[in-house]
Design a protein around this ligand. Structure first.
Ligand code: HEM
Length: 402
């Protein structure tokens, strides 16, 4: 054996089971807990094969490792093979297995890098997307839907080229950060000759109880309105044409810096006005008691003023009448070398049926959102996420198939 344990050890851990693991499978926002030394979410597994890619509707795991790559080879048949390999690797990894069993030959590098050898699946999901430039480089631009074009520049964007664009993305989410990273590492490693890593971002969220919406680094519950989006997923989320993307969705990623020190000097009252929601409960500002009460933008106070500030983040986004599925993660990457402040923010990941939903909302937030004073968009990407894969098929088969 090349490495002690490996697949066998992982198998054993799975069989040993975890008292709470099964019971908690699919519990949104569940934070770390332990049962007799083993994390109770260790054994949560999501099937890789199915109608949809996982990692979209999947209850949000605690960690993300998000990677964007460029093509190093612009040949369709080569990339087809890469996606075939990624399909079989992803099917193994998401079930808590190494990509392949270790071999006997000690004179070659081990098949798997090994850092997940003692770890179960931890609810790992791997979600793959491709960009307009991917189609162009592979001569497939005729297959691009007309709405699949680079995003326009928005007011106040400060996008940095090193965090913008790219050809392929992988969103790896798990309830263990090492599991999420390990999976991406294996996928890149096997495709090293054909792709170049462009940028990546690790992120986290946390919530104690299953029913809780996680809070972002400004202390506000973030993701409340997703409940509305999910009432009409066909309208807001799933693409119906072209054929290769039917049942898939568009992912927009924005790396957004959050100026924590400025925010921390802001009064509670102003913080509430910024989001248009109560900070403690997440309920609509001014009248709401419950987080999920509808936002009533027409409500006026005794002086005829809108109860929910019209330039608040929630009011402006809500007034567009558009919705999206947000699946954002916080990030914190040490201290900014120039400002000496926290280098932190939100990896804003959102899924939608058409990129236009994002464009309309971001245009409405534009210059007027009260939140703009505290954030800066520094990275961006648009990706089409394939529909789910049936067993025997591979990711993107309807696009890449011969
Ligand atoms: C760092 C940046 C951002 C932060 C901290 C943030 C935070 C929040 C918070 C706390 C809410 C209210 C609770 C909820 O419904 O989740 C919210 C709502 C929302 N945000 Fe953001 N957000 C950010 C950026 C964005 C961006 C870039 C977009 C899209 C262009 C966006 C779209 C929305 C939408 C659609 C809603 C729901 C509005 C409704 O109630 O219908 N947000 N956001």
């Amino acid at each position: 054996m090349q490495a002690s344990g490996g697949a066998t050890r992982r198998q054993f851990l799975k069989q040993a089971g975890c008292l709470l693991g099964g019971a908690l499978a699919g519990v949104p926002g569940m934070a770390a807990a332990s049962t007799g030394g083993k994390h109770c979410l260790a054994d949560v597994q999501y099937p890789f094969y199915g109608e949809r890619q996982q990692g979209i509707l999947t209850p949000q795991q605690s960690y993300v490792y998000f990677l964007v790559m460029d093509l190093a080879v612009e040949e369709l048949n080569v990339m087809r093979e890469v996606f075939q390999t990624w399909t079989s690797y992803a099917a193994q990894l998401t079930q808590g297995r190494n990509v392949r069993p270790y071999g006997e030959n000690q004179f070659v590098p081990p098949i798997d890098t090994g850092e997940a050898d003692d770890l179960s699946a931890y609810g790992l999901t791997l979600t793959f997307g491709i960009s307009p430039s991917f189609l162009k480089k592979l001569g497939l631009q005729k297959r691009a839907p007309k709405e699949f074009q680079d995003l326009p520049l928005f007011a106040r964007d400060q996008l940095r080229p090193e965090w913008t664009g790219g050809d392929i993305c992988i969103q790896s989410c798990a309830n263990d950060a090492q599991v999420a990273f390990h999976a991406v590492r294996q996928l890149v490693r096997v495709a090293r000759a054909n792709v170049t890593m462009k940028w990546s971002q690790a992120g986290f969220i946390s919530a104690d109880r299953a029913s809780d919406t996680p809070r972002n680094l400004f202390g506000f519950k973030d993701g409340t309105a997703n409940a509305n989006t999910l009432k009409e997923p066909e309208k807001w989320l799933w693409v119906s044409e072209p054929d290769w993307l039917r049942g898939g969705t568009y992912l927009i990623v924005r790396k957004i810096a959050m100026h924590l020190e400025t925010w921390d000097r802001t009064s509670y009252r102003e913080q509430v006005r910024t989001f248009g929601r109560d900070r403690a409960t997440g309920a609509p500002m001014g009248y709401g008691k419950d987080e999920f009460e509808p936002l009533d933008l027409s409500r006026k106070d005794a002086r005829g003023q809108a109860v929910i500030s019209e330039d608040s983040h929630s009011a402006l986004a809500n007034a567009t009448g558009r919705q999206m599925l947000r699946r954002a993660y916080s990030w914190s990457d040490g201290i900014h070398p120039r400002t000496g402040q926290f280098d932190s923010g939100l990896l804003f990941l959102c899924y939608q049926k058409s990129p236009q939903q994002f464009i309309d909302i971001q245009s409405a937030l534009g210059n007027v959102d009260r939140l703009n004073e505290y954030i800066t968009h520094v990275g961006s990407g648009l990706f089409a996420c394939f529909p789910g894969v049936r067993e025997g098929e591979y990711l993107g088969q309807r696009l890449l198939g011969a």
